[in-house]
Design a protein around this ligand. Structure first.
Ligand SMILES: Nc1ncnc2c1ncn2[C@@H]1O[C@H](COP(=O)(O)OP(=O)(O)OP(=O)(O)O)[C@@H](O)[C@H]1O
Length: 290
């Protein structure tokens, strides 16, 4: 497989007063063009730092020590000049965050923010052309009155509307890879489900590859072709979604599955206590595409 994203032996440590704290211990992860892949694990397991390395952000943090290969479309993100990394963000790869309202800039209209994103790819694009293109994207996420939304500020829109705006904005430059960090978890469950549906349909239509980051295996089941399970900075299981759900090989994956929230209004259950058998060798599912 010639992968769009190919991560090999990725290691990360943070330098602190008492030396280096290792956070990622040799991660291997690949995503083919157009593939929807989930990275699942509990809080603190290393999902967000992995995304920040793919975006080339942690390579620039003074306290972070990153090693291993992170190849995107044949180029190594870690060794390319910082300016080139910055150019990739928002153009060839983009990101959707948990909370749309705090990720959008509250002081600019949605139209202006769309224009800034589009001009990263095409600096000479006129505002009219930006508005036209933004309206098309907003229509794709079923926003009925794009002109009104373009002239609004984020605080004038609902959380669900802002989430749709963020999805549209993340895809307006036709990135090859979308990183989605628990999109919609800041919203209520029904809005979150709708947001995921919209994102699913849009990336399918555009052939965008996705790394979907979540602690919720239930959500992942609906969304991903393939799943990586991360536990304390190590991938402990990997495979096509259906194979992994039908036959979870790792104790930690089974524990995550038993913690899949049921829609009873009882709130999210805790992930069960861990035990030593979670440190068993990685399980890799082969064949039997999802
Ligand atoms: N800047 C930093 N300095 C030191 N340690 C950090 C830093 N950023 C993250 N970490 C540590 O790295 C580990 C992985 O964090 P990360 O944010 O990737 O977890 P996560 O799986 O995304 O969790 P969540 O689901 O809560 O977002 C954690 O132990 C965290 O404390």
């Amino acid at each position: 497989m010639s992968a769009l994203l190919d991560i090999r032996d990725l290691r990360l440590g943070f330098k602190g007063l008492r030396g280096i704290t290792e956070v990622l211990h040799g991660i291997d992860l690949a995503i083919a063009a157009g593939e929807r892949v989930a990275l699942v694990g509990e809080s603190g397991s290393g999902k967000s730092v992995t995304a920040r390395i793919i975006l080339g952000l942690l390579q620039e943090a003074r306290a972070a020590r990153v090693s291993g290969a992170v190849e995107f479309d044949g180029r190594d993100i870690s060794t390319m000049p910082a300016r080139q990394r910055a150019k990739l963000r928002g153009t060839e790869m983009s990101m959707i965050f948990q909370d749309p309202t705090s990720s959008l800039n509250p002081t600019f209209t949605i139209g202006r923010q769309f224009a800034e994103v589009m001009r990263r790819r095409q600096p000479e694009m006129s505002r009219e052309a930006c508005d036209r293109r933004a309206s098309e994207m907003l229509a794709e996420v079923s926003i009925p009155d794009p002109a009104r939304v373009l002239s609004a500020y984020p605080f004038q829109l609902s959380g669900g509307m802002n989430q749709r705006v963020m999805i549209a904005m993340a895809l307006v430059n036709h990135p090859k890879l979308l990183l989605a960090d628990e999109p919609g978890t800041a919203l209520d469950v029904s809005v979150q489900a709708l947001t995921l549906r919209l994102m699913h349909d849009l990336v399918e239509r555009h052939g965008t590859a996705v790394l979907f980051i979540s602690h919720n295996l239930g959500v992942v089941r609906e969304f991903a072709d393939r799943v990586y399970v991360i536990y304390r900075g190590r991938i402990v299981e990997e495979g096509p979604t259906r194979a992994l759900f039908d036959n979870p090989g790792h104790a930690y994956t089974r524990a995550l599955m038993s913690a899949v929230p049921r829609i009873t209004g009882a709130g999210l259950p805790e992930v069960p206590e861990v035990s030593d058998d979670f440190l068993a060798p990685m399980v890799r599912h082969t064949g039997g595409a999802a």
